[in-house]
Design a binder for this molecule. Structure first.
Ligand SMILES: *Cc1c(COP(=O)(O)O)cnc(C)c1O
Length: 370
């Protein structure tokens, strides 16, 4: 959070995206930490995620980024979650239910400026803003859009992001010209926080940056660059476990389902009680190494639901119950981050961290650098 604040002006608020259980970190724990560190509000994707935070005692504003179903509207109203709305049908429905419930609900208008997902067209935005301002059960508290390509340094993506921002600001100025107060303006995701300061406006909506990773291309191009203003990031999550057993095997011993790997020579095999049921997917196994005592050890054979095997060699000195880091920050001694696993598996760190399943206990540790 401190590193994000360095990228934005003092008048720009921070909304932290805690959807998908706080990108796999634990939505409540992340929310509490982010709010204590100065976040203005939170963003979830589903009403159920908002409920979880409200039930845990979070009273801050919570944006709901995906459109709720009609059946979820009563709960949305009860919890005072802030939906992003973008069409007349839903606005009418929401207004009627808000009036029935005797409340006025804050909503934000979502404009699709080129993401190709939810949102109204820039041309429809003034009409819908007008509809909202005449809906007595609703209060237009903000207007937003979302960038599709702000984490890329390709020229066409940079041009596209500028174009999206121009479309957004044009729609906003038409709304203002119509005498409507647009409320809070926000559009910057992590990529735009880093690359497009002009888009920060009243608030930025950060996800990945808050979890210690650069989005998209920026991991390689910005990380480690000597630029003073670049945030210095460390992965927030470490996935760790312990060696549950060690077996000494003879050359040719087959390991795990399907016997896709056989020991080429006499070796020690470590058993790690972590598998695809925890979010370490089978496909990661081809290139995945874990860290024990500062040294890398490759996963061998197929990753099972609950366990996987590593080749320790014959003189590792690794003992049963030794701590194993599957991925995490270098400061905790991990040689690999979710970014490394993502790169090796043709995906993005978002998918790796979100994929760590619920049965893995989340243990909150104090920062040692503070
Ligand atoms: C997830 C999300 C964000 C945060 O994106 P990051 O790339 O993680 O910063 C912002 N806005 C919307 C609408 C989102 O869905």
């Amino acid at each position: 959070m401190e590193e994000i604040k360095k990228c934005i002006g003092s008048n720009t608020k921070i909304c932290v995206a805690v959807k998908a259980d706080g990108y796999g970190h634990g939505a409540y724990e992340v929310s509490q930490t982010a709010l204590a560190a100065g976040a203005h509000c939170l963003a979830v994707s589903a009403v159920s995620e908002g409920r979880e935070l409200r039930e845990a005692g979070i009273s801050a504003d919570i944006l709901v980024l995906s459109l709720p179903t009609p059946q979820e509207i009563p709960e949305l109203l009860g919890l005072k979650l802030i939906p992003l709305v973008f069409d007349a049908e839903f606005i009418h429905m929401l207004n009627v239910k808000a009036l029935e419930a005797g409340t006025v609900l804050d909503v934000h208008l979502k404009i699709d400026t080129g993401m190709g997902r939810i949102g109204c067209t820039p041309a429809d935005a003034p009409i819908l803003a007008g509809l909202l301002s005449s809906s007595e059960g609703l209060n237009l508290a903000g207007i937003c859009t979302h960038f599709s390509s702000s984490d890329s340094l390709r020229e066409e993506d940079i041009n596209f992001t500028h174009m999206q921002f121009d479309r957004f600001m044009q729609a906003v100025s038409l709304i203002k010209d119509a005498g409507i107060n647009p409320g809070m303006l926000h559009c910057a995701n992590s990529g735009a926080v880093l690359l497009y300061p002009e888009t920060h406006l009243d608030m930025v909506r950060c996800g990945l940056l808050a979890y210690g990773y650069y989005p998209g291309d920026l991991a390689q191009s910005l990380q480690g660059s000597s630029h003073d203003s670049r945030p210095v990031l460390e992965p927030v999550m470490e996935l760790c476990t312990q060696v549950s057993a060690i077996m000494h095997v003879m050359p040719g011993t087959p390991i795990s389902y399907g016997h896709t790997w056989k020991a080429p020579s006499e070796t020690d095999i470590g058993i790690i009680p972590c598998g695809y049921g925890d979010g370490i997917l089978r496909r990661y196994g081809k290139k995945l190494c874990v860290t024990i005592g500062g040294r890398p050890y490759p996963i061998v054979g197929r990753i099972c639901m609950d366990q996987c095997m590593i080749d320790l060699g014959t003189d590792s000195g690794v003992k049963r119950w030794d701590r194993v880091s599957i991925f995490g920050p270098a400061s905790a001694g991990s040689l690999f981050s979710a970014e490394d696993i993502a790169r090796d598996n043709d995906t993005i760190p978002y998918e790796i961290i979100c994929g760590i399943n619920k049965r893995v206990p989340r243990i909150i540790v104090q920062s040692t650098s503070a």
